[in-house]
Design a protein around this ligand. Sequence first.
Ligand SMILES: CC(C)(COP(=O)(O)OP(=O)(O)OC[C@H]1O[C@@H](n2cnc3c(N)ncnc32)[C@H](O)[C@@H]1OP(=O)(O)O)[C@@H](O)C(=O)NCCC(=O)NCCS
Length: 199
Amino acid sequence: MTKAHLKQGQTIALDGLHNITLITPQDVEHIIGMLNHPDFADLVFHSPLPEEAMRGFFGPAAEDVQASIKAGDWPVEPKVIIRDQDGQFMGMSAANMISPMNPGNYEIGFMLMPHAWRRCIATRACKFMTALAFEELGSHKLTAESYASNIGAVRVLEKNGYAHEGLQKGFFKDVTGVRDKVVYGMSVEGYTALKAADA
Ligand SMILES: CC(C)(COP(=O)(O)OP(=O)(O)OC[C@H]1O[C@@H](n2cnc3c(N)ncnc32)[C@H](O)[C@@H]1OP(=O)(O)O)[C@@H](O)C(=O)NCCC(=O)NCCS
């Protein structure tokens, strides 16, 4: 099973233990539950969020993805759901357009249920979405951002060859205080060089 099958809405292997499929509307409640998990609050800015806001974002996003599958196209913003072999929801990864005015420029994201952490799943999901963005979506530049304190996210990006491109002091502010944002990136030239070195 290949990326072409994923594009058709089929489930494909992420690794020997986990599968991925493009998001469906039925996945939205799992995503809301994950984002509202108390362990997320210290790792991502958008947690917790009002459920209606999350439903209003992920619901239409899932519908758009399903419409693309029917049309035989890659979604404009692919979002994949990760499950284990028993079908248990493990998390998701996404490539989101940074701006329609700057096509080919995507932000890569990944988030997993706490029970799935520290099993290399995010590392593999990031690798998969990076390849998808460069090889299928024609991206020229990928960016990923997180709290600078999110060591797991930073490690996932570094392990996938993303370069540290910046630190924005005090970027995020909520009731808990301010936090720095770290920015990582990869160009298509960097991706091509990494792939050649791996071959
Ligand atoms: C960040 C997150 C995606 C990491 O996922 P994961 O599947 O646990 O990461 P991996 O198992 O692939 O680990 C990658 C590396 O990070 C390290 N790591 C993961 N979580 C860590 C943590 N909390 N503290 C320190 N190191 C951590 C792992 O040890 C591994 O490094 P190593 O290979 O050098 O040992 C996961 O914790 C998560 O979903 N958090 C909530 C959402 C989030 O923060 N998303 C990222 C925002 S961009």
